[in-house]
Design a protein around this ligand. Structure first.
Ligand code: IPE
Ligand code: IPE
Ligand code: MG
Length: 260
């Protein structure tokens, strides 16, 4: 924490937790062993984020596309998810962490959904940090659902097409409830988004780590935050230093006229 500026922490950090399978495979173990080890890394990073004062943490735990994996791996992931939710209950309640999920919840097995929804209700009023689990989640699916919702309102005559603007679309996108993603970390060495927060990450700073997710430590999170703080977020503008420099300098042709 020593090198970080606490006043410039990202409000919303999101993580594509990748590399569990390879972590297990390099040891000659079945892939679910990597997922189990990965759930320990989730516990570490939730704790560290809360300690640092990050307001929102969104974790990509299972994509809509991950249903295409072998049945045994999917079952193992669902069971680990259930165990994680049961075991983290006290930690969330004691630390003021609200838990919520984004994604197609109806696809989750009922034994997972029941535990998840109970925890969502129990932590609803907590506000020190929001932990969002992306489960059966896809960015394209999320946008498609949002558009379908708004289209229905238009069809019912409750919304005019001309009223459909960015703000309305954004309000229909569940991942935007906690504001746009500021820092997006992907572990495991791949440099792609894999259908994660497509709208929310529009101006996110991307940090890719070679570390496989089960090996990801507090120090790696601090490193990513350090990289984030060293970046110049311009949002299409010029940097603040450059705008100060240009504001009191004449344009070249104006300058030559002034000397004429
Ligand atoms: C990420 O690890 C966890 C999920 C996608 C559920 P992977 O299982 O994708 O691990 P690799 O990428 O195969 O190593
Ligand atoms: C992204 O990882 C999804 C999660 C981490 C949950 P994948 O391993 O599924 O992504 P690809 O297949 O490498 O794009
Ligand atoms: Mg992967």
């Amino acid at each position: 924490m020593s090198d970080l500026d606490p006043s410039r922490l990202p409000a919303h950090v999101a993580v594509i937790m990748d590399g569990n399978g390879r972590w297990a495979e390099t040891r000659g173990w079945p892939r679910p062993f990597g997922h189990r080890q990965g759930s320990e890394a989730v516990r570490r990073i939730v704790r560290a984020s809360r300690r640092l004062g990050i307001r929102a943490l969104t974790l990509y735990a299972f994509s809509e596309q991950n249903w295409q994996r072998p049945e045994g791996e999917v079952d193992a992931l669902m069971e680990l998810l259930r165990e994680f939710l049961l075991s983290e209950r006290d930690e969330l309640l004691d630390n003021g962490i609200r838990l919520r999920m984004i994604g197609r919840r109806e696809r989750l097995p009922s034994r997972v959904r029941e535990v998840l929804e109970a925890l969502e209700r129990e932590t609803e009023g907590l506000s020190d940090m929001t932990l969002t689990l992306a489960l059966s989640y896809g960015g394209r699916e999320e946008l498609t659902d949002a558009v379908r919702l708004l289209a229905a309102q238009v069809a019912e005559g409750r919304l005019a097409p001309s009223d459909l603007d960015e703000a309305r679309l954004e309000a229909a996108i569940p991942s935007m409830d906690v504001g746009p993603c500021d820092l997006l970390i992907r572990t495991g060495g791949e440099q792609r988004i894999s259908n994660f927060l497509l709208w929310s990450a529009a101006y996110a700073e991307l940090v890719f780590s070679e570390r496989l997710w089960p090996d990801f430590q507090d120090a790696d999170l601090l490193d990513a935050l350090g990289v984030y703080q060293a970046r110049d977020r311009r949002f299409g503008r010029v940097s603040s230093a450059a705008s100060m420099a240009t504001s009191d300098v004449l344009m070249p042709d104006a300058a030559s006229r002034a000397h004429a």
